[in-house]
Design a protein around this ligand. Structure first.
Ligand SMILES: [Zn+2]
Ligand SMILES: [Zn+2]
Length: 166
């Protein structure tokens, strides 16, 4: 894919924060990771020697290897791995497009599993409700089995968001 030669074009201190996943081709950021699961890196000082600012690692790598990200655009992770900084796995899209995609494909946990951590968060296992909300199909099936078979489960847990499963 030629991605490894690209990687070598990065400053050494950034390369040191990247581990390549040989199976997926993802460049996994092993530096600081913020709450949302995205990597964070400190930008190298610019040509005028100004101190680098902290920014999202995948944006930083994109700007170093590809070029400036147009204003109003965000980088969409096509591999759905938020820690991945491989420009080949990223695509600049508008914010609106990005949130549309998030609604249709969903953000996995860092480990690519559903919210319970029991099932893979992959398109084949994602159910999209008419409202656009995504649910894990396996969890949904388990939930429906519980609700269907045991009335006591329903009694024990009634609250907003639990109600209309039918
Ligand atoms: Zn990737
Ligand atoms: Zn699940």
């Amino acid at each position: 894919m030629g991605t490894v030669s690209n990687l070598s074009m990065l400053p050494a201190r950034i390369i040191a924060k990247i581990r390549i996943d040989e199976k997926t081709g993802c460049w996994l950021w092993i530096g600081y990771i913020e709450k949302g699961g995205y990597g964070r890196g400190t930008q190298v000082p610019d040509s005028k020697g100004r101190r680098g600012r902290t920014c999202l690692a995948h944006r930083l790598v994109w700007e170093l290897l590809v070029g400036p990200i147009p204003v109003g655009m965000v980088l969409d992770h096509r591999c759905r791995v938020r820690l991945c900084v491989n420009p080949a796995h990223l695509e600049p899209v508008t914010l609106a497009e990005n949130s549309r995609r998030i609604r249709s494909v969903g953000l996995p946990n860092v480990n690519g599993l559903c919210r319970t951590g029991k099932h893979p968060w992959i398109p084949a296992n994602i159910y999209i409700a008419p409202s656009g909300v995504m649910q894990c199909r396996c969890c949904r099936a388990e939930r429906q089995r519980r609700v269907g078979s045991a009335g006591k489960y329903r009694k024990a847990r009634t609250g907003p968001g639990q109600a209309p499963l039918l």
